[in-house]
Design a protein around this ligand. Sequence first.
Ligand code: PEP
Length: 236
Amino acid sequence: MRKLIVANYKMNGDKKLFKQIVKKINKIKLRDTKVVLCPPFIYLNEFKIKNNIVSIGSQDITNDENSKSTGQISAKMLLEHDVKYVIVGHSERRKIGENDKLINQKINVCLNNFLMPIICVGEEKKTDKLDIVLSQIKNALDSINKNFVPIIAYEPVWSIGTGKLPSINRIDKMIDMIKSFLKTIGYNESLVLYGGSVGLDNYKEIIKSKIDGLLLGGVSLRIDKFIKILKGIDNE
Ligand code: PEP
């Protein structure tokens, strides 16, 4: 099945690195894998993509396009830069105060502007009850149109950037739980990605689970490793 691979560069990279990444990514040929690259806003302009399997995503969006918002970025600005996807509710943004209500408003702004939100959810600690993830999803999608296919990135916070991974069983259990919950609230179709400490050494194992794709942080900056992962997944 076709996999969706999202690269979150976070607050990393510079013009030189992104030029190299774009050059290499423009040449890559994949049969059955779709790629979304999410640079910091200030580098969106460097991402002149000439490869129809690759799209641009942003790492955030404003929740209120009508307010006078110093420092915020609107949907209109993202669309002008060919952005198609938006990461919403990443745990690193939740950590600095982004709550479910704000995330829900951002998802609304995305959908009103034909931008596809990638909705990040995940428990803080390995020992946390997993239904916290379902309540994050429920609140994120509160009053949101049922006519779209939600993309959920399941990212256990304890796994992001730590080298610690859940077992395949746990990932599969979460994917099943998330998909069946989404059905109960009216979304029959959905894509569920996994994110957290995936690299060249472990992606083959993770990809055996029921996931529809991956959200990659650290490894996405290592272009040669990133391309090896894309090709490896594409050949599965
Ligand atoms: C992330 O930040 O969403 C992420 C998955 O990071 P990493 O791959 O570095 O754990």
